[in-house]
Design a protein around this ligand. Structure first.
Ligand SMILES: Cc1cc2nc3c(=O)[nH]c(=O)nc-3n(C[C@H](O)[C@H](O)[C@H](O)COP(=O)(O)OP(=O)(O)OC[C@H]3O[C@@H](n4cnc5c(N)ncnc54)[C@H](O)[C@@H]3O)c2cc1C
Length: 380
């Protein structure tokens, strides 16, 4: 029989949401180090399908902890927004940075470990049962009696499944491929990323992207399609076909590349994000339905979850009734509601896209979001 371990806070998942929660607890008071255990089914550096684009919002949260990621990355200085032959170009230094998630998440995990946080890797959670005065969490190696559990285990969260919180309705779909490129390609030389909304008029509730990435020092474009499915009644776009057509237009054949797919969970203001002794953070709680941005939001959730935990233990009230309000009060996470509203608007009627209104609207909004310091030009 595995040993029973008592712990104040058990964090399930050591991605950006889980590590941010732990690092913010440690930042609030070093004494938390001995009161927190993080478990992850994987062992870092682990694969994580992701474009790896991190915006200023995420950087700001890391800077608040005194950290700056200095691992391999491509700094994107030009973002090209395309819609059927038109393109808007946005410049900033940076617009965002592109990291590889196996390296970035490993770096975050090491930051925690070097500050004394307990991270148990290769230990999957298999069962979660709320009891009267604790949550019983069974992993492959132990039975935890946790006063508080943070579900930071991603969009296919085991914790949510175990708690029978049916959240399948809110999933966005993504496909991604990697294509090897010449290192002197403009995407790498000038740091150029692309969002192409051309297929939004024909059913896709999202866009095709190209991000320059470095994998073991080699130049690759990560390319993919994001389908928010924010308008659930609209018929589903044939995602593989959309990706195939986008690649054909760029002289590539999808058949030449292995495709990987993974969902992300969209933020919905009507979905619960907490219960007594339980907090959701990151993808399990819901991220951006407009562009599919999740890393910065996951880091933001971690900050809010840590603040809620510190406050809950100080008041001896582990109900977490005000967690949703805390999310709405956070400077970054409060923007999720706006992104839901914009996504619902621009990914709705085909008609809007046919008149190109949504396209103009989205490029304006995107420009505003990023508060670009440098030029915002238009190409014919
Ligand atoms: C194709 C694709 C492209 C994307 N591109 C971008 C992008 O460019 N920029 C951006 O901001 N976002 C992007 N996202 C979204 C982003 O990847 C997620 O929003 C982000 O990873 C959420 O972080 P998280 O910490 O909540 O979850 P995750 O990063 O998924 O971490 C969850 C952790 O929980 C662990 N875990 C899972 N189950 C268990 C279990 N049973 N027991 C123990 N541990 C468990 C996992 O091993 C993992 O380490 C993309 C997503 C996809 C699918």
């Amino acid at each position: 029989m595995p040993q029973t371990e008592n712990v104040d806070v058990l964090i399930v998942g050591s991605g950006p949401a889980g590590m941010s929660t732990a690092l913010h607890l440690m930042d609030a008071d070093r004494n938390w180090n001995g009161r927190v255990v993080i478990v992850d089914k994987a062992i870092h550096p682990r694969d994580k399908l992701c474009g790896g684009g991190i915006t200023n919002g995420g950087d700001n949260i890391l800077e608040g902890l005194g950290f700056r990621y200095d691992g391999p990355q491509v700094v994107v200085q030009e973002l090209e927004l395309i819609y059927r032959g038109h393109s808007h170009v946005m410049n900033a230094d940076p617009v965002f940075r592109v990291v590889r998630r196996n390296e970035f998440d490993h770096w975050l995990a090491r930051r925690g470990q070097s500050h004394g946080l307990t991270l148990r890797q290769g230990e999957a959670v298999t069962s979660v049962v709320p009891k009267r005065d604790h949550i019983e969490v069974v992993t492959e190696r132990a039975v935890f009696h946790a006063k508080v559990v943070v579900a930071a285990d991603g969009s296919n969260s085991t914790v949510l499944k175990e708690l029978k919180w049916n959240r399948t309705a809110g999933q966005a779909r993504l496909l991604e491929i990697l294509t090897s490129e010449a290192p002197d390609d403009r995407a790498f030389r000038d740091g150029v990323a692309v969002f192409d909304f051309s297929q939004a008029g024909s059913g896709l509730q999202g866009y095709y992207w190209e991000f320059p990435s470095l994998i073991d020092g080699q130049a690759f474009l990560n390319r993919g399609v994001f389908d928010s499915r924010v308008q659930t009644k609209r018929s589903r776009a044939a995602l593989k076909q959309v990706l195939s057509e986008s690649l054909t237009n760029r002289g590539r054949d999808l058949a030449d590349f292995p495709i990987k797919g993974h969902p992300i969970r969209r933020f919905r203001s009507d979905s619960p994000v907490s219960a007594p002794r339980i907090l959701l953070a990151g993808d399990s709680a819901g991220v951006d339905p407009l562009l599919g941005e999740g890393i910065s939001y996951a880091l933001g959730y971690g900050q809010v979850a840590a603040e809620a935990i510190v406050d809950a233990f100080a008041r001896n009230d582990l109900s977490f009734v005000s967690y949703a309000d805390r999310i709405q009060a956070h400077p970054l996470l409060s923007g999720l509601k706006t992104r839901v509203a914009i996504a619902k608007l621009i990914y709705w009627p085909k008609l809007i896209w046919q008149q190109e209104l949504a396209w103009r609207f989205s490029s304006m909004i995107l420009g505003g979001f990023q508060r670009y310091r440098q030029g915002f030009g238009t190409r014919p």
